[in-house]
Design a protein around this ligand. Structure first.
Ligand SMILES: NC(=O)c1ccc[n+]([C@@H]2O[C@H](COP(=O)([O-])OP(=O)(O)OC[C@H]3O[C@@H](n4cnc5c(N)ncnc54)[C@H](OP(=O)(O)O)[C@@H]3O)[C@@H](O)[C@H]2O)c1
Length: 351
């Protein structure tokens, strides 16, 4: 590709394969940077966008949420970044609908409050696993008031503290269950909750116990154990006099909701924060909501936490990247592989 031209993996209609073709070279507006992408990541949401056109507001579309690369251009009123900086960022096509705000292109626009400097020691391929999962995790943990996730479904408001750079971080005497501890969003929520001083009890596959512990979980229970709800309750009791906050369900299927229900019923209520709309038939005293992973609540984390935490190792680039291929042509293959499912890994395309 020649300098100062752009290309993208375009979605021309729901269900169509992505088509790589020319795209306008975006310019940075106030509070924005243009990133020359070196790596992009694939999320399950991208498959829904391709298959059903959900969240697409403008056709043809460029979508995708995770980028890592070098700052190509800095817009007005931008102080934290300069041209040439190595960054990771969360692209916001999901809410803006604009192709310039999608990830599957060589040059993407990123709002500066959804970007952070990537330390030199971390490759773009590793750094790109962080952005969307981080945005989702902060939305799960730290919203103060319920908002609207989608018509008729509110967002959760767990009001938990932001992650801290303190080492060791003081414990705040609260326990959160993370259902799906090996998923991208679940593992990032485990990392950030742990960095906020919260005890995390994770539910993961037995083959990912060590992975969940590495993210900070103090107890990990086997998702395939038919008694998993009971085991979670026992683990919470082992932690002693901590306040049970609730469950973050990063999987959100009928099976996981059944276990969530059993746990919440036995503990007399709590929050159920989910990645999809929560079920209607929940016990009394359960405050349920679905996260929507684009929100201003994440700005302080992007600004103050991400870079020093990556530098110190408090924030790890997990789950590990699995490189699908190189070039925009490989994004379609990444979407195919995402549908087949991943285990404690994130699909990445290098550009
Ligand atoms: N609402 C929002 O704003 C928002 C934002 C981001 C993501 N999401 C949604 O959140 C979900 C997770 O996304 P992701 O990127 O984190 O997924 P992911 O990393 O692709 O999830 C794969 C992982 O989920 C685990 N898993 C599957 N079924 C499980 C179960 N029953 N119990 C425990 N773990 C289970 C798998 O464990 P094994 O290794 O044991 O197979 C695997 O490690 C997706 O549905 C996505 O669309 C929603």
């Amino acid at each position: 590709m020649a300098a100062s031209t752009n290309q993208a993996a375009w979605l021309v209609k729901p269900g169509a394969p992505l088509e790589v073709g020319d795209a306008p070279l975006p310019t940075a507006g106030p509070g924005e940077i243009v990133v020359k992408n070196a790596a992009v990541a694939i999320n399950p949401l991208d498959c829904h966008m391709q298959d059903a056109g959900v969240f697409v507001q403008q056709w043809p579309a460029i979508f995708g949420c995770d980028v890592a690369g070098e700052v190509h251009e800095v817009g007005p009123e931008v102080e934290r970044f300069k041209k040439g900086d190595r960054v990771i960022g969360h692209t916001i096509n999901l809410v803006s609908g604009r192709p310039r705000d999608g990830a599957f292109t060589y040059y993407s626009v990123v709002p500066t409050d959804k970007a952070a400097i990537l330390p030199d020691a971390i490759s773009f391929t590793h750094g790109v696993v962080v952005p969307f999962a981080l945005e989702a995790a902060v939305c799960a943990l730290s919203l103060q008031e319920p908002g609207v996730a989608m018509p008729g479904v509110s967002t959760p408001a767990l009001r938990l503290p932001y992650p801290s750079l303190a080492d060791p971080v003081p414990r705040v005497g609260k326990t959160l269950v993370v259902y799906g501890g090996s998923s991208s969003v679940g593992s990032m929520t485990t990392q950030l909750a742990t960095a906020a001083g919260i005890y995390v009890v994770a539910v993961s596959g037995a083959h990912n116990f060590e992975f969940s512990r590495c993210c900070g979980a103090v107890e990990v229970l086997d998702r395939k154990d038919p008694e998993v709800a009971e085991k979670v309750l026992e683990a919470i009791h082992r932690l002693g006099e901590t306040e049970f906050v609730g469950i973050f369900d990063a999987i959100a299927t009928e099976e996981t909701y059944a276990h969530d229900r059993a746990i919440l019923e036995r503990l007399g209520g709590g929050h159920l924060a989910s990645v999809h709309p929560p079920p209607a038939d929940l016990p009394v005293n359960v405050k349920a909501g679905m996260i929507f992973a684009v929100n201003d609540v994440t700005a302080p984390v992007w600004r103050d936490f991400v870079t020093p935490a990556l530098q110190s190792g408090k924030l790890q680039c997990l789950p590990r990247p699995k490189v699908v291929g190189k070039g925009l042509e490989s994004v379609q293959e990444g979407l195919h592989q995402s549908k087949a499912g991943v285990s404690a890994s994130k699909l990445v395309v290098e550009l």
